[in-house]
Design a protein around this ligand. Sequence first.
Ligand SMILES: CC(C)(COP(=O)(O)OP(=O)(O)OC[C@H]1O[C@@H](n2cnc3c(N)ncnc32)[C@H](O)[C@@H]1OP(=O)(O)O)[C@@H](O)C(=O)NCCC(=O)NCCS
Length: 156
Amino acid sequence: MSTVREMRWQDIDELVDLDRELFGHEAWSQQTWWAELAGRPQRQYRVVTDDHGILGYAGVDCPGDVADVMTIAVQPRGRGSGLATELVTWMRETAAGSGAEALLLEVRADNVAARKLYDRNGFEQISVRRGYYQPEGVDAIIMRALLNGADGGSHE
Ligand SMILES: CC(C)(COP(=O)(O)OP(=O)(O)OC[C@H]1O[C@@H](n2cnc3c(N)ncnc32)[C@H](O)[C@@H]1OP(=O)(O)O)[C@@H](O)C(=O)NCCC(=O)NCCS
């Protein structure tokens, strides 16, 4: 059984190891994790845990009208059971609750699982940054989900 809770300073050592396994050379350092948690309440982080430790985690930055997904990951043993979908829903609700009208993210063009996750959760592609991820030169796809019923249309 898994539980969702706020991320804590005490999680950082485990997160550094997990991030290295899941993101390789793009992983966040210990200093980055400390800085991210110091950014609360504008930045919000959650972890999903089970008896063996952290199963998944996600973070969102909510500075104003536009919020950003900072990170999201699920351990291989927890994948395919909707955990990431739950975390995306939490990020959308958190961003909307902060007053944001849109939630943005960047995803590697070759990350099939993540792109499907976002496609199925209301994100649409709005632009591409060619060769953004180095040294591989993989494109970054920029995606956006509109929140709070924002549709860019009229306000009748
Ligand atoms: C992307 C990731 C977070 C998905 O986690 P997850 O808990 O398995 O996702 P969910 O179970 O909520 O699945 C949601 C949807 O994602 C898609 N998906 C998940 N894993 C997939 C895979 N291996 N291949 C293709 N699609 C996949 C499916 O469309 C799924 O919808 P479905 O249940 O209707 O089939 C996970 O694979 C991961 O942590 N990857 C490494 C880190 C990463 O790339 N993070 C994203 C950075 S932008």
